[in-house]
Design a protein around this ligand. Structure first.
Ligand SMILES: *Cc1c(COP(=O)(O)O)cnc(C)c1O
Length: 415
């Protein structure tokens, strides 16, 4: 269909040129904000070398860099954060009949990881200061079958009840899984988050604080658990070449989309050359709780090199996010809105800046686009986002579902 492709190119160039000329381009997306020209060049280079996509040496190098940077003993790179969670579940030897306490305000892929392992989940409520699991609620959910607690640091905030939850786990001899999907690089006291629990996982999906479009890392400080994570990762296959090809082309488009400074013809041209099919992180099957075929895959070499490059820039980007959050603090003060809590002795990374607003303002966020010139996120629209599977008995989570919107912290808001 070269003709259709050319017509699309002409139309895209026209609209892109109009936006440029009117100086009112679309609002920045919520994805790929840490991708730069150098990342796009890495992706272009790998597109020419498919024979090397399954080369382990670069992947091992990334795992070592991540572990060192994070202050973890071992790290294992997989093709998504949700698969890194599966590596954590395998490491902890959680089995059918075991229960894990999970916040009733999370992504459906977290629930899926437990379902795929046959492990039962019990939902606890969250608090509305940092949207983390509430220690009291966790305590009320513990049964003789409870084996582990999953805590998360949502929006890049270090969760309010961090220490209380770690203490509960110690006292009950329960394992702690840290979901650091939003919080890569955040600190508590002298360490990064994810180094306090038994195991943790991070995400470099394209809406997260650093990105390889899809990808994730599992970590642990325990040599015995590391051995099991290693075994899990080694048993994973490599992603299909078509998937890696699509991932690399998505890097190029996502960079051009995210950086306002890109030339007006660059994105239409990239779509002409590389196509328009972006990598989908959650398939329809996963949304419905089914495991896709060839699901458990490791991180391929091109993503590992992108991950290395992103890691080098991550602390700098996270600092920029904190500066943006200070602007949002000022905006909240002006609006009389409650600011998210920055836990004492913590340094968050503000993937997003969460606020509770009138439910009407969550259902339709056009007001923010008009008044604030930002595209607010709506994580999470449901308790097991974005699936409609019900969660009951979590009133604070109900409120966050209805009222929590979250502002981007990259680029700097023009407040
Ligand atoms: C994105 C996300 C995950 C999963 O990460 P993927 O890399 O997309 O698999 C897990 N937990 C939370 C809270 C997330 O937002």
């Amino acid at each position: 269909m070269p003709q259709a492709k050319l017509i699309r190119l002409a139309s895209e160039l026209f609209h892109s040129g109009m936006d440029y000329w009117r100086d009112t381009p679309d609002l920045p997306p919520l994805t790929g904000m840490t991708l730069d020209q150098d990342d796009a060049e890495i992706a272009r280079g790998w597109l020419r070398r498919p024979a090397e996509w399954n080369d382990l040496s670069g992947v091992t190098a990334f795992e070592q860099s991540f572990a060192q940077w994070n202050g973890s003993r071992s790290a294992f790179a997989l093709s998504a954060g949700r698969k890194a969670l599966s590596a954590c579940i395998h490491a902890l030897e959680l089995k059918p009949g075991d229960e894990v306490i999970v916040p009733g305000y999370t992504c459906v892929v977290v629930q899926n990881a437990f379902d795929f392992a046959g492990v039962s989940t019990v939902y606890c409520d969250i608090e509305l200061d940092t949207f983390g699991p509430e220690a009291q609620s966790i305590a009320s959910r513990i049964t003789p079958r409870t084996k582990a607690i999953l805590l998360h640091h949502l929006y890049g905030l270090v969760c309010r009840d961090y220490e209380a939850i770690l203490k509960l786990a110690r006292e009950g001899r329960l394992k702690v899984i840290e979901d650091c999907a939003h919080a890569t690089g955040a600190r508590f006291r002298d360490r990064r988050v994810g180094t306090y629990g038994d195991v943790a996982f991070y995400s470099c999906e394209w809406s997260k604080v650093f990105t390889t479009i899809v990808g994730g890392v599992a970590v642990t400080n325990d040599p015995r658990l590391a051995e099991r994570m290693k075994q899990f990762t080694a048993n994973c296959g490599w992603p299909a070449p078509a998937a890696v090809d699509e991932q690399l082309r998505t890097v190029i488009r996502a960079f051009l989309q995210a950086k306002a400074g890109a030339r007006w013809w660059a994105l239409p041209w990239a779509r002409f050359v590389h196509g328009i099919h972006d990598t989908v992180s959650t398939s329809d099957a996963e949304m419905e709780g089914r495991r896709p075929e060839d699901y458990f895959t490791r991180m391929p070499a091109p993503a590992a090199e992108l991950g290395q490059n992103q890691l080098r820039k991550l602390d700098r980007y996270n600092e920029a996010r904190r500066q943006a959050a200070a602007k949002w603090d000022g905006w909240c003060d002006g609006q009389g809105l409650r600011k998210p809590l920055v836990l004492a002795e913590s340094q968050p990374v503000f993937l997003r800046y969460p606020v509770l607003v009138d439910p009407k303002r969550k259902r339709d966020t056009n007001w923010a686009k008009r008044e604030l010139k930002v595209n607010p996120g709506v994580w999470f629209k449901t308790h097991l986002h974005p699936s409609a599977r019900p969660v009951t008995g979590c009133p604070n989570a109900d409120r966050a579902v209805a009222e929590c919107i979250n502002f981007p912290c990259l680029p700097m808001p023009a407040l």
